[in-house]
Each structure stands twice: as structure tokens, then as C-alpha cells.
Design a protein around this ligand. Sequence first.
Ligand code: TRP
Length: 338
Amino acid sequence: MKRVFSGIQPSGEIHIGNYLGAIKNWIALGERLGKDAIFAIVDYHAITQAYDPALLARRTFEAALANIAAGLDPERVILFVQSQVPEHTELAWVFTTQTPVGDLTRMTQYKDKAARQSFVGAGLLMYPVLQAADILLYKADTVPVGEDQLQHIELTREIARRFNARFGATFPEPQAQLNKDAPRVPGIDGKAKMSKSVGNTIGILEAPDAIWEKLRTAPTDPARVRRSDPGEPTRCLIWRYHTYFSPAPLVREVIEPECRRAGIGCVECKRMLFDSMMKELGPIQERAAELRARPERVSEALEAGREQAAAIAEPVMEEVREKIGLLRPGARPWKPAG
Ligand code: TRP
């Protein structure tokens, strides 16, 4: 693993699924790789579906702020906003010309999203091509993503392979990195995976009383109708969340046996979970409040990130322009005669 690239959409508040599934891993990768750990807030991806232009800039800023508050150190890694490095869309255009339409219409995520939309823009179809450009613009070899993105990374490999075959060795074929420790966090509805589009999230910056209200009303093991009914913790969403946030001995020695013998009630168990969660989220929320009071820290971090990203992206894009045969400014397409 030499260079890592990953992206997160600014399409809503950062939730504990993002935090446990992606951001914690990004932080660890940053500690190992420094400036070879590159993370983008992918705003051009966010506009491929219905969105509110009045909210996009704020959400982009908030996504950066939440990542920094969660512990991603912008001085250590490269953290930037995708649209501020215009080479992303430029390279994406080049890649669209080398990608069969049929490969794109086959993408599971495209089919799912298109089915839920009354207006399907061509950008939704091109979405994975832009993602390939994000990754290959930095010649990244490793892409930490969730399972739902594996198909897009495979397409990225095909795009790299096809480009290299036609224009000469240029891009590595990046590998997806599925983080085994990263849980697939279920939503607070206890049904679907936690996701902004389903609306079953707990935001990492959500007010503690709002978080408590969500926990209080969340489903538990259906066997526990009355306080005296014994439960099976592994069937329970709250137990699952305990395994993410509570110390392992507490889960093993208290939560599990006490649930099984009805020694504690679900509300008590939720209280304990809430305490564990706020132990982890509290300091993040404090840092977020500090950053809100000094937003220039976030904008300066993003400006530094933009410069660092551009310093890598610009020469790679120039290499592409030359390899695909564009007329460069001031250049002549033939050598002078004689
Ligand atoms: N499509 C990714 C997602 O929804 C976000 C993304 C955009 C991304 N560009 C990327 C992820 C490049 C990894 C690498 O999760």
C-alpha cells in the first residue's frame, strides 16, 4: 500500500455508520501514510441526485468539519474538496470516452438509484467514471471503501487497464480495501444499513438529547415484552451498538448475562449504551463546537488540502493530455521541416 484515496459525499450529516465504517479507518491510514492518505469531500458526486444548491456549500464544509472533529488530522493527511481540483471532472471526461455505456448501465448502484428517481440525469450513469478519475488522478493503489463500492473499484481497474493498453502505462490498477474491523452498522430502525437516504441515522454531532430520544424509542429483542422477560442480546440492535461503543468486559460480563436473565431492563441497557456513546462522541462534539467558533481553521485546512491535492493532480492530468494526443498550448503538431 503506497497511496490511499477515498471519498465521502456531503449529502447529509456524518453518522455513526460513516464514523465506524470509514472515518476511524481513514484516521488510522493517515497515521501510517501521512500525505499519501488522500481524502476528498466529493461534492460533484453529491449533485448527481436531487439536492438543494442552497445547502451544498454548508454541507461540504460541515462534512470536512465533522471529519476533523472526529480526529482526521488535516495537517497529517490531504483533506480537500473535490470540485476545487478541476482535474477530477476533466479526467472523468477523458475516461467517459473509454468506458462502454453497457458497463455503466450494469452497475448495481446505478440501477438502484435510477429506480428511485423520477429524473435520471446522465451524471448518475457517469458517477463511477468520476469516481475512477478521483482515484486514478492520484495514482492511488488502495481504496478503502464499503462493500457497496466494490463494483465501482472493479470498473476503475478496467478503466485503468484499458487506458494503459491504448495510451501506454500510466495508471496502477487500484485495489479495494475492505476493512474487516469496520462493522456494517445497522440503522436505528433495526432494519436497513444505516444510511442518509433511508433516514435511520444517528449523527456524530447530533445533540445528546436527540440521540437519547432515538435510542429510547429504538427496537430491542422482541422477546422482551415485559421487564421480566429474558432476552437474547445477539438479536438486539442495542447490544450491537454496545459492541461498538462499550468496553468489551462490560458487554460480556454485564450486558449479555443480565439481558439473558432479565436482570436489567431495556431502558437501563439503553442508558448504559448512551453513556458509552457519549464518552466517545462527547469529545468529538466538543472539538466540533470549537471549530464552529473558529471556522477559519476548517477553511484554511481545506485550502492547504486543495493545494496539496492539486500539486499531485495537475502533472498527472498533463501527462494524460499529452498521452491522448491533445494539442498543448503553444505547441506545434509537427517538427519544422529541414
Ligand atoms: N462513491 C463513494 C460512496 O458513495 C464515494 C466516492 C467518490 C469515493 N469518489 C470516491 C470512494 C473515490 C472512494 C474513492 O461511498
